[in-house]
Design a protein around this ligand. Structure first.
Ligand SMILES: [Cu+2]
Length: 190
């Protein structure tokens, strides 16, 4: 499942991409219209430290060791989404895909998309140096976390909040719902 080279826009007999699976259930056809209501590009990248920034005499620093060819298992709270496409740039000379290149591929119709019963997931591995196209109908109001599921990537910022609707769209807080400070023990003051 999900080959490391992320070549998903053709049939292959050594691997299957998630985007090539078919949903066993009927899906919301409205989200499969060619032009979605809202299209958001979410690029991410690493800041790569220079060794002299990290290694200084008589100091201690924690740092993240870069792993090559690491996919990012992105998880969305609040929704299941349809995985419409996964891939890498058809331009093999592209060493690192970026927003500008992704926009260019999209404009030229070269971001892989398939609308034949795409599978529903709540987590998808975004290929290293690649992309995923996902769709969902934003009908569940709230503040929803969307994040890489590697803890060490969450702590360096590979996460965001999707706000759907406003506070007025949220159901009322249940009576007696805990608030900050409810669980702190009493501190005796002599
Ligand atoms: Cu990650």
């Amino acid at each position: 499942m999900n080959p490391l080279d992320a070549q998903c826009n053709r049939d292959r007999n050594d691997a299957i991409c998630v985007s090539q699976l078919k949903s066993a259930q009927e899906i919301d056809r409205g989200i499969l219209s060619e032009k979605p209501d809202v299209k958001i590009f979410l690029p991410f990248r690493f800041y790569v430290y220079r060794p002299e920034e990290l290694f200084q005499p008589n100091t201690y620093n924690r740092f993240l060791v870069q792993q090559p060819n690491l996919s990012h298992p992105f998880h969305l709270h609040g929704y299941g989404f349809s995985v419409v496409g996964i891939g890498r740039s058809p331009d093999m000379t592209v060493k690192k895909i970026n927003l500008k290149h992704a926009l260019d591929l999209d404009r030229r119709g070269l971001l892989n998309r398939q609308y034949n019963l795409p599978p529903t997931k709540d987590t998808i591995a975004v290929p290293n140096n690649g992309y995923v196209v996902l769709r969902f109908r934003a009908d569940n109001p709230g503040f929803w976390l969307f994040h890489c599921h590697f803890l060490f990537h969450i702590v360096i910022g590979m996460n965001l909040i999707l706000q759907v609707g406003t506070n007025a769209d949220l159901p009322p807080v249940p009576p007696g719902f805990p608030t900050c400070g409810d669980h702190t023990p009493p501190i005796p003051i002599n």
